[in-house]
Write a protein that binds this ligand. Structure first.
Ligand code: NAD
Length: 373
């Protein structure tokens, strides 16, 4: 199969969908890889590295889309790319269709096959192509939080781990899933006192088993949260209720109970945030202050560390991409139920119920394509 890797052109996106190591795997398995000139540069992968791995470098985005039977990307195509996408072409990338109608309609019109990273879902409901970005964001949340706790940056001037003779900072983590767990590892590793609040007892049992002694768990409810916030230095929002907006666990009135210079990092901002006063920010202007409390609410945290994020993402996508190239999308989706769940649009039909419902488009069950064609 011919695999094409365009350069990401969305504002501030420096990740790339395939590393030179991934290109080598494709070539080793008898496929051809075409990479748009300088596509990997933002992540530190130069054209020469792809060439050494056996890929060919193409001069333009047009040539790249034109050549690929499967196009692998990171972000959803933007409007200037819509016309480049062909009938029957397989697109494997993050789409987030339900959040943008023009993209959905453009992909329906293109008659391409759209397999979305974010809905690739294993039978146990885990989302293997979202996990790596949650891991990055969880670890980064502590790095950012520790930084913003410094006085010149607006924090209360406390060192996360303290030093002998002083108490370490107190870190509250709302939600003990992927983001929360990674944040807890980082914060505890730096010596902070960490409390993870969750509503799932099995999850808290697991965390109690695996976490070091400076991490405690507590049931998440308003009573406990109100008791804890006056002494917290860093609060990390990491709650997810699948398919729903995040609940506001920290309300506006609670800010007055916090010490000025407390830092809030709401990683759940992409689902509306679990802190009522959270509004999405960017890496250019990541923070703002309300009632003396510093808020960091960047919606694409992994974008700041493209080298790590590219490697983490491609570690997860490559095995699936190799199967898609080997078997073709139809056979690969029959064989792997998680890939089947990633199918959103096939040849002009919306095959993902939630997307069809969101935009009032006709829904065609995916089985129509997997069984009949
Ligand atoms: N900002 C970014 O750049 C970025 C990057 C990656 C992920 N995220 C977001 O981070 C959020 C968390 O993702 P995740 O992968 O850790 O999800 P996850 O499903 O692994 O974990 C969510 C946790 O929240 C818990 N929870 C649910 N309701 C709760 C409540 N009322 N109180 C406390 N805990 C509760 C669940 O039990 C679960 O353990 C998501 O919104 C995700 O989209 C943001």
């Amino acid at each position: 199969m011919r695999i094409a890797i365009p350069k990401e052109i969305k504002n501030n996106e420096n990740r790339v969908a395939l590393t030179p190591a991934g290109a080598k795997e494709f070539v080793k398995n008898g496929h051809e890889v075409f990479v748009q000139k300088s596509a990997g540069e933002g992540s530190g992968f130069m054209d020469e590295a792809y060439e050494t791995a056996g890929a060919k470098i193409l001069p333009s985005i047009e040539a790249t889309y034109e050549t690929g039977e499967m196009v692998m990307k990171v972000k959803e195509p933007i409007s200037s790319e819509y016309e480049l996408i062909r009938e029957d072409q397989l697109l494997f990338t993050y789409f987030h269709f339900a959040s943008y109608e023009p993209l959905t309609r453009a992909m329906v019109k293109s008659k391409a096959v759209c397999l979305a990273y974010e809905t690739v879902e294993k039978p146990d409901k885990s989302l293997p192509l979202l996990v790596p970005m949650s891991e990055v964001a969880g670890r980064m949340a502590v790095q950012k939080g520790a930084n913003y706790l410094e006085k010149p940056l607006g924090g209360r001037g406390i060192l996360l781990g303290g030093v002998p003779g002083t108490l370490p900072a107190k870190v509250l983590i709302l939600g003990g899933g992927i983001v929360g767990t990674q944040a807890a590892w980082m914060a505890s590793g730096l010596g902070a006192d960490v409390i993870i609040l969750d509503v799932s007892l099995p999850r808290m049992r697991y965390l109690s088993d695996v976490m070091p002694k400076n991490v405690k768990t507590m049931m998440s409810n308003e009573y406990n949260i109100r008791n804890l916030i006056p002494t917290a230095d860093l609060i990390i929002g990491a709650v997810l209720i699948p398919g729903a907006k995040a609940p506001h666990l920290i309300t506006k009135d609670m800010l007055r109970e916090m010490v000025p210079g407390t830092v809030l990092v709401d990683v759940a901002v992409d689902q509306g945030g679990c802190i009522e006063t959270c509004k999405p920010t960017t890496h250019e202007k990541p923070t703002y202050t309300i009632e003396g409390v510093l808020h960091y609410c960047v919606a694409n945290m992994p974008g700041a560390v493209p080298y790590t994020s590219t490697l983490a993402l491609t570690n997860a996508t490559l095995p699936y991409a190799l199967e898609l190239a080997k078997r073709g999308w139809r056979d690969a989706c029959i064989r792997y139920p998680e890939l089947k769940a990633g199918l959103n649009i096939i040849k002009g039909d919306v095959v993902y119920q939630a997307v069809a419902n969101t935009f009032n488009l006709p829904y065609v069950p995916v089985s129509y394509y997997l069984n009949n064609n």
